[in-house]
Ligand binder design. Structure first.
Ligand SMILES: NC(=O)c1ccc[n+]([C@@H]2O[C@H](COP(=O)([O-])OP(=O)(O)OC[C@H]3O[C@@H](n4cnc5c(N)ncnc54)[C@H](O)[C@@H]3O)[C@@H](O)[C@H]2O)c1
Length: 432
């Protein structure tokens, strides 16, 4: 295990304790966060406001998020608002160690390094919970699940939390249904200014980026199989098509499958797609999308990647049980030789390829996702006590405010309803 570091913060908060890979990476991490900031104008404008109004003064926020340069900009914003921020990574391979070092130096308590094992992962989660938060920020649901199972003493202090991604929202809705959810959670993922941009365009571009950085494969002319046609997966399908791949979609939802057909994609069961695919990418939030019977049918040389939240979409234990040898052939590429002699390449251990093999979402989309997060922290301070233990939507004013600010930052103006149009749209009497 690595040593603790005690770093003097630069914002008069005393001493923050962190556990990271290497504090000497801080200046590189700072440069990365600064670079992200250049493309996150909305969040930066919120930070400037927070610097003046200090809406989070004395509030303890424990966050389990991918520790990327964009998360760095969010952490700076929360610190500027007066919060005490504790942060751990939300996936074993998504932490950028230089960013973690920079944030530890800038006053957050960080417990994260790339490559944590399962035990270390939950050790880090527990460390951020030792702060006894008022607000939780989760990405995938592990922090909140830990509170409800092993760290129930934290429930006493928590006003409410936010959840960043589809998988976390699905888990919390299941908890709510079973009467297990003990405090309110606001589903950031379900804001229009989140999933329509982050899931669709952000995941799409960064997933392709991850596959290319890992393999440098040519996409043009390849049979590119996408598991799912939800917000992430339709983005991936569209971008792969744009790069000349022959895209095949697999689905279980008939409406989504129909949309994929009408968009011009071939749709078929994975069983069939397995026979012809060159590259496979899953992003469903479900498990076992690619499993034993599919591996059996695949062509030698097929590449397997996942961009869904957990590493359960490609059944890795099936793959392990079928292989007679495995070796790492490039960074983030493991070669599996099956008993029948075929070779399959698994990227980034089946974990989110866009974060493990590339840098995650571009800052322009995280600008919107994390502006929602920052404004929701302020909202929870003001309104959290009125909420019940349930999953809530992001208030429409916040969603619209983020969209308006983003348009403003992009210098895009739009029309306004005239009074006559407002009247017409609110009425029913004018017809044919
Ligand atoms: N990599 C990232 O950075 C990133 C970003 C956002 C979301 N995510 C994660 O990606 C996953 C998908 O999120 P989303 O917002 O696109 O969800 P979504 O609900 O919009 O889409 C999921 C789709 O998968 C389909 N599906 C479910 N089971 C399937 C199966 N067995 N075979 C084929 N299709 C199946 C569903 O019908 C649905 O259309 C989640 O785990 C989410 O948390 C990852």
């Amino acid at each position: 295990m690595l040593n603790f570091i005690n770093l003097q913060t630069n914002i008069s908060q005393g001493v923050s304790v962190s556990k990271i890979k290497n504090p000497e990476l801080a200046s590189e991490g700072k440069q990365k966060i600064d670079w992200a900031e250049n493309n996150m104008p909305v969040l930066v404008s919120i930070r400037k406001e927070f610097e003046k109004t200090k809406p989070l003064k004395g509030i303890k926020i424990s966050a389990c998020l991918h520790v990327t340069k964009e998360t760095g900009v969010l952490a700076r914003t929360l610190l500027a608002g007066g919060a005490e921020v504790s942060l751990c990574g939300s996936n074993p391979l998504s932490t950028q160690d230089d960013v973690a070092a920079a944030l530890a130096e800038e006053g957050a308590s960080i417990f994260a390094w790339r490559g944590v094992n399962n035990e270390e992962y939950y050790w880090c989660v527990d460390k951020v919970l030792d702060a006894r938060p008022d607000i939780t920020m989760d990405d995938g649901g592990d922090l909140v699940a830990r509170i409800h199972t092993k760290r129930q003493e934290c429930l006493e202090n928590i006003t409410a939390g936010t959840e960043e991604t589809t998988t976390g929202v699905v888990r919390f809705r299941a908890m709510e249904k079973e009467g297990m959810l003990k405090y309110p959670i606001i589903a950031v993922n379900d804001a229009y200014t989140k999933y329509l941009f982050d899931n669709r365009y952000g995941t799409a571009q960064s997933t392709i980026d991850g596959i290319l950085r890992a393999t440098s494969v040519l996409l043009a002319g390849k049979n590119f199989v996408v598991g799912g046609y939800g917000w992430c997966s339709r983005g991936i399908a569209t971008r792969a098509k744009g790069m000349g791949a022959n895209v095949i979609v697999t689905e279980v939802n008939p409406v989504k499958a129909l949309e994929a057909v009408m968009e011009g994609f071939r749709v078929m069961p994975m069983e069939k797609a397995a026979e012809i695919g060159d590259i496979f990418v899953t992003a469903t939030g479900d498990k076992d999308i690619i499993r034993k019977e599919h591996f059996h049918k695949m062509k030698s040389g097929a590449i397997l990647a996942n961009s869904g939240h957990f590493n359960v979409e490609i059944n890795i234990s099936d793959l392990e049980s079928m292989c007679r040898g495995r070796k790492t052939v490039r960074s983030n590429v493991e070669e599996f030789t099956l008993q029948n002699g075929k070779i399959l390449y698994l990227l980034a251990e089946g974990r989110l390829v866009n974060l493990a093999a590339a840098e995650g979402h571009p800052p322009e989309v995280m600008d919107m996702s994390f502006s929602n997060q920052a404004l929701l922290a302020e909202y929870i301070v003001e309104n959290g006590k009125k909420l019940q233990p349930a999953v809530y939507s992001v208030p429409q004013e916040i969603d619209s405010r983020v969209a308006r600010l983003k348009l403003g930052a992009l210098n895009v103006r739009i029309d306004r309803l005239t009074p006559e149009q407002e009247r017409y749209m609110a009425g029913w009497k004018e017809g044919t």
